[in-house]
Design a protein around this ligand. Structure first.
Ligand code: ATP
Length: 320
């Protein structure tokens, strides 16, 4: 093996650059060449590919976003488009591909593997919703960005004795809501993985106010409903002087935390070491604090990300 390709795809996540740097530098230090593919699978099919030198990796570990850009390219679900991508990889003499992205991007890597092109997935998404790993690159930064916002909201909520409904990202997974919500002392965390009872939440808020608490905070995962809709439901059960906020894309940006930088560095280097051992068709992850590599097809077809809903019970015990 001589050349490794790298691409980032789907929603960007802080720490993707640290993963690119790790893959490129690890490959170069092992005597291989690294190639960056711009704009995800769209750039792959278009042949938007360039050689990456070690010096190109200077000063990127602390930058959010991705220097290789990202793209949504639904056409890559078609076989003929996937085969075009493989043609481009062969044209550039690339022997293996590392895809940094979320669940959808993993399916792209899986399809290339099924066509016989060696591909490895590195989990990069703020949602933490990929099977085969306890944590994804970008999740920790997103949680900390959300937490910073929640701390600020708690300040103003307290000053005016208001209740805020704050919608955080997470279409199918409540991980960001759970982690940021517990850390911000939320009165309720509402996630897609568990039924909620708005009447009970309202009663809990009322009880808190009656017992001297000076504000309310509900952290809501976007996959449940919008903050505005949840506020409307809540308002039917009392006058909480409530406000609805959607944090939105600020959760995607910003300097990656140390945890995301280190995780990305470990994942990227591990992917290269596995390729050097002649392995491939794998999904990289961390489980119980150990690096793991699982078959990418089996991981996607037979496993699901499992949100740790025991965190919801933890929050319920701690809010009284
Ligand atoms: P995030 O969840 O953080 O947004 P993601 O990787 O899941 O990241 P998607 O938009 O779902 O984001 O997928 C990214 C890209 O992966 C798609 O635009 C497409 O190019 C490719 N992709 C998605 N699903 C498939 C599939 N079934 N087969 C081949 N390629 C796919």
């Amino acid at each position: 093996m001589k050349r490794i390709g790298i691409l980032t795809s789907g929603g960007d996540a802080s720490g993707m650059n640290a993963a690119i740097r790790s893959i490129a530098r690890s490959a170069i230090s092992a005597g291989l060449e690294a190639y960056g593919i711009n704009y995800g699978f769209a750039g792959l099919v278009a042949g938007n590919i360039r050689r990456l030198e070690s010096k190109d990796m200077d000063g990127i570990i602390d930058r959010g976003g991705t220097i290789l850009y990202s793209a949504r390219f639904p056409e890559f679900a078609e076989e003929k488009t996937q085969l075009k991508g493989i043609e481009q990889l062969k044209k550039f003499g690339i022997d293996a591909l590392v895809v940094i992205g979320g669940d959808g991007s993993y399916h792209g890597a899986e399809r290339l593997t099924q066509h016989g092109f060696n591909s490895i997935g590195v989990p990069g998404t703020i949602d933490n919703d990929i099977p085969g790993t306890d944590f994804t690159v970008g999740f920790d930064t997103a949680v900390n960005v959300a937490l910073d916002a929640l701390d600020r909201i708690n300040d103003t909520a307290t000053s005016h004795q208001r209740t805020f409904v704050v919608e955080v990202m997470g279409r199918g997974a409540g991980d960001i809501a759970l982690w940021a919500g517990i850390a911000a002392d939320a009165d309720a965390i509402v996630i897609p993985e568990r039924e909620y009872d708005v009447k009970k939440i309202a009663e809990h808020l009322k009880h808190n106010y009656e017992n001297g608490k000076d504000h309310g905070l509900i952290v809501l995962a976007e996959g449940v409903m919008s903050a505005a809709d949840f506020k409307a439901e809540l308002d039917q059960y009392g006058d909480f002087d409530s406000r609805a906020i959607t944090l939105g894309h600020i959760q995607r940006g910003g300097r990656p935390t140390a945890k995301d930088r280190v995780l990305a560095s470990m994942f990227g280097d591990y992917a290269v070491r596995l390729l050097l051992e002649g392995k491939g068709g794998l999904a990289i992850g961390i489980r119980d604090n150990k690096l793991v590599a699982t078959d990418i097809i089996d991981t996607l077809e037979n496993h699901k990300h499992i949100t740790d809903v025991s965190l919801l019970d933890l929050n319920d015990r701690l809010r009284f």
